[in-house]
Design a binder for this molecule. Structure first.
Ligand SMILES: NC(=O)c1ccc[n+]([C@@H]2O[C@H](COP(=O)([O-])OP(=O)(O)OC[C@H]3O[C@@H](n4cnc5c(N)ncnc54)[C@H](O)[C@@H]3O)[C@@H](O)[C@H]2O)c1
Length: 375
């Protein structure tokens, strides 16, 4: 086995070979001299080129974990060696995770780039040093909606090229793939219940079906159920669907989507996983009280009312916490988009009025053009 640094360097070199749009966007990034960027994101390998671009453009950069379950220690250490202030480590307990965020906020960032809006939420959206921010997730945008923001924040989650490729197709595809890797089992012949039929749930429903599962969908929104029914997916209520499900995936963006009481209706042997931003979509606390053992990495066997339930990845974002997330070449578009959005934020975006704004089309067009090799 090569030393870890060598294997990380080799993997990064491989990633760089397949991310030409990121390279082009990084080369076009305006100077960020004088900016202090606080990046709250999933600290996995695919984010490294984003940090490299920020540092090359002259920014001072701090990073916090969007979710301690998705942090890769070797990536955090590598970012530290590049000059990013990043104390996060995998599975940091809640107190330590919160302390990192407090310290990063106290350092007075001028720009925020977030996945989940933790820094804005922790300061009520009123952090005086901040001139503007970026938000990458639907969960973060809905959290920001309840704040009286003192600065503009640009929503790049709902940009069609992110929703259309990453959220709609790749999260589900990689989640289904991760199920096979983590469990060593197929989805063939299993009934999969998808809870939440937004872009993420749609991608999972399609992927699970193509992996041989019988897929059912539950969603309180009749338009979402109509879309699912149009593709031939049964659309039961959660209560009606639970007793049939061999595997359940939440993708709602809402804590409490599956309650502790609902566990009583689960089938013996069901696998429970979450793709939404927080681990609160599943009744993780209740399940964690019932863990009897861990038969494989990322699988906790729980006993509930005489039945066995398998909690996957502790209810954290399954595709990232227990799997690799997106393939490198498709994440190239996401990274290019983040870099284009950051350049826009620093040069023009901070002049927008406080509040949430869609990222302008001309900004994300640059990333799309670079990805299809037109720009
Ligand atoms: N795992 C990943 O890599 C990844 C990537 C992108 C987004 N996300 C996260 O996945 C979640 C979903 O993203 P999206 O873009 O599909 O969101 P979305 O808001 O577009 O769709 C969510 C759907 O869930 C439905 N819903 C709400 N409450 C529900 C409930 N209690 N039961 C069943 N359905 C319910 C809504 O009606 C909606 O149709 C968000 O938390 C988002 O941040 C995860």
């Amino acid at each position: 086995m090569p030393p870890r640094e060598d294997s990380l360097d080799r993997e990064l070199a491989w990633l760089h070979d397949f991310t030409p749009a990121t390279r082009a966007s990084a080369e076009a990034l305006p100077s960020l001299q004088g900016e202090r960027l606080l990046v709250v994101c999933h600290l996995d390998l695919k984010m490294v080129p984003y940090f490299e671009a920020l540092l090359t453009a002259g920014a001072e950069v701090r990073a916090c974990a969007a979710n301690p379950a998705t942090t890769r220690d070797e990536v955090a250490e590598h970012l530290g060696s590049l000059g990013v202030d990043v104390p996060a480590r995998k599975d940091d307990p809640a107190g330590r995770h919160a302390a990192h965020l407090r310290a990063a906020v106290a350092a007075g960032p001028t720009l925020l780039s977030e996945m989940g809006a933790n820094a804005s939420v922790s300061t009520g959206g009123r952090l005086e040093t901040v001139r503007g921010g970026l938000e990458a997730t639907g969960t973060g945008i809905s959290r920001l909606g309840s704040l009286d923001l003192a600065y503009p924040v640009f929503d790049w989650d709902s940009v069609p090229i992110k929703q259309g490729l990453h959220n709609r197709h790749l999260v589900g595809l990689m989640a289904a793939n991760t199920f096979l890797n983590v469990t060593g089992l197929s989805l063939y012949g299993r009934t999969v219940l998808v809870v939440g039929y937004g872009p993420v749930g749609r991608g999972l429903a399609d992927a699970a079906r193509s992996f041989g599962a019988a897929v059912e969908v539950c969603d309180p929104d009749p338009a979402a159920r109509l879309a699912a029914a149009h593709l031939g997916f049964p659309t039961p209520t959660l209560e009606a669907g639970l007793p049939r499900a061999d595997a359940l995936f939440t993708a709602t963006g809402r804590d409490g989507a599956v309650s502790a009481e609902a566990l009583a209706s689960c089938k013996n042997g069901v696998f429970l996983a979450n793709l939404g931003h927080t681990a609160g979509e599943l009744p993780v606390e209740e399940l964690r009280r019932r863990v009897v053992d861990m038969p494989r990495p990322h699988i906790e066997r729980c006993e509930v009312d005489g039945k066995t339930l398998y909690l996957l990845a502790g209810g954290a974002m399954f595709n990232l916490a227990a799997g690799p997330g997106d393939p490198y070449d498709t994440f190239d578009l996401v990274t290019a988009l983040m870099i284009e959005a950051t350049g826009f934020l620093a040069t023009e975006g901070t002049g927008y009025p406080p509040g949430i704004h869609p990222l302008p089309k001309r900004v994300w067009d640059h990333a799309a053009r670079r990805y299809v090799r037109e720009g």
